[in-house]
Design a protein around this ligand. Structure first.
Ligand SMILES: Cc1cc2nc3c(=O)[nH]c(=O)nc-3n(C[C@H](O)[C@H](O)[C@H](O)COP(=O)(O)OP(=O)(O)OC[C@H]3O[C@@H](n4cnc5c(N)ncnc54)[C@H](O)[C@@H]3O)c2cc1C
Length: 379
């Protein structure tokens, strides 16, 4: 970390300690999201870290952004996820929106006054997202959307939604991307999911019933929606990986601190070699994940993004988050399983990191595809 990154993270840590940490235990139990926390993060500038200053962002690198997400995740994985999905929507608008769309939607998103959401998945089309069934029929002056999106992060609290719908035939080439706003006629919210973790991040169904979207809200051209959806994927994966590192680091911190004070058999449990080996593995895996995340982020900051590295970072960091949080609960013993300590919350929050932005099986598919191509080229 350079001096600038250290200062950025130190200031953010203070905000998280004062404004997020005191609420997390009971908000997790109540499933309560607080807009004032998100807007507070916006006042720090961290709701639009990588967007250029002309659109209200901080104009920082992806590596800076990964440190920001890691820090927020140490206090709350769900708030880090809310920031990362909203930031992904901004990147999509920046890369694929026209000037009018950028001017209209970006400032409220980068400043954290509003939240963005990304709607691709449907009940039968998760990993196989190109099989989506929501339709967008061309009508006078725009499109009529019909269908249902599932498991949408920030559904109901977001204002701006990037929605993928079918304008053409089967497969990826028949998909287009639209900007839809909360309050648009024919757009409503279905059930809120009851989840194992991410309790303070609402996940909702989106329902489109003859929802009219004007032509000016189409991103790029008809049939380019899957390109829009996939364009943000590498960045989204590295963001989730950075959140995984924060989640693992917090669990490690809790486990080491506890083991240095808890006594059994008249000694600190830290001094049992069995636990030392476990804690050493947890620390090593967390640091290895961080290095991979920053290696992938560096590639995103360069002219040559490396998709294989992005998938590796997502796979390694989120599997590590699951393992380290599970081990942290073990180190704390009985209290680890209760909400007296936050490790059980981080363990529940870690699980879905292995599922979103492409499951970790899909990351392995992507890595294998790259391996095959590389080795066949050099055969
Ligand atoms: C809390 C939460 C938030 C989410 N937020 C969003 C959001 O904001 N926007 C959005 O669009 N979606 C979102 N999703 C949806 C998420 O992206 C999907 O759940 C995910 O892509 C997996 O799809 P699926 O659930 O249909 O599982 P499936 O695709 O049905 O997969 C089931 C199992 O099969 C495996 N599998 C599938 N295909 C293969 C393959 N080719 N090779 C090997 N194994 C395979 C998977 O790895 C998995 O283990 C969210 C989901 C959750 C739970």
């Amino acid at each position: 970390m350079n001096d600038f990154q250290k200062e950025l993270v130190m200031n953010l840590r203070k905000f998280c300690q004062d404004s997020i940490e005191p609420h997390m235990e009971h908000d997790d139990a109540d499933g309560k999201f607080r807009m004032e926390i998100f807007q507070g993060l916006g006042e720090y500038g961290v709701t639009g870290v990588t967007l250029p200053e002309e659109y209200g962002g901080m104009g920082l690198s992806y590596q800076d952004y990964c440190y920001v997400l890691e820090e927020i995740a140490k206090f709350s994985v769900p708030y880090a996820v809310t920031v990362s999905v909203s930031s992904m929507v901004q990147t999509i608008l920046k890369n694929y929106g026209n000037e009018a769309q950028k001017a209209k939607y970006l400032p409220a998103l980068t400043s954290g006054q509003e939240i963005g959401a990304f709607a691709l998945s449907e009940s039968h089309a998760g990993s196989d997202a190109a099989n989506l069934k929501t339709t967008a029929k061309k009508v006078e002056g725009g499109y009529m959307l019909n269908g249902t999106k599932m498991w949408i992060t920030s559904g109901g609290i977001a204002k701006t939604y990037i929605v993928m719908a079918r304008t053409g035939g089967e497969g990826a080439k028949g998909v287009s991307a639209f900007i839809v706003r909360d309050g648009d006629k024919g757009f409503s919210f279905g059930k809120a999911e009851k989840k194992m973790g991410w309790k303070t991040s609402p996940t909702r169904e989106l329902v489109f019933e003859n929802c009219f979207v004007p032509t000016e809200n189409l991103l790029l051209s008809e049939g380019e929606g899957f390109k829009v959806a996939m364009g943000g994927l590498d960045r989204g994966r590295v963001a989730i990986a950075a959140i995984g590192v924060g989640c693992a680091q917090r669990a490690l911190d809790e486990a080491v601190r506890y083991s240095l004070t808890r006594q059994q058999f008249k000694q600190n449990i830290f001094d049992f070699q069995g636990l030392q080996f476990m804690l050493s593995d947890m620390a090593t895996e967390t640091e290895a994940s961080r290095l991979l995340v920053h290696s992938a982020a560096l590639s995103l900051d360069s002219e040559t993004p490396n998709s294989k590295l992005c998938s590796m970072a997502k796979l390694k960091a989120t599997d590590t988050a699951m393992q380290v949080t599970t081990d942290a609960v073990q180190v704390l013993g009985g209290v680890g399983y209760t909400s007296e300590y936050p490790v059980e919350r981080f363990m529940r929050d870690a699980k879905v990191l292995q599922i979103v932005e492409g499951t970790n099986q899909i990351q392995r598919v992507v890595i294998a595809r790259h391996l095959k191509k590389e080795y066949e080229q050099h055969a």
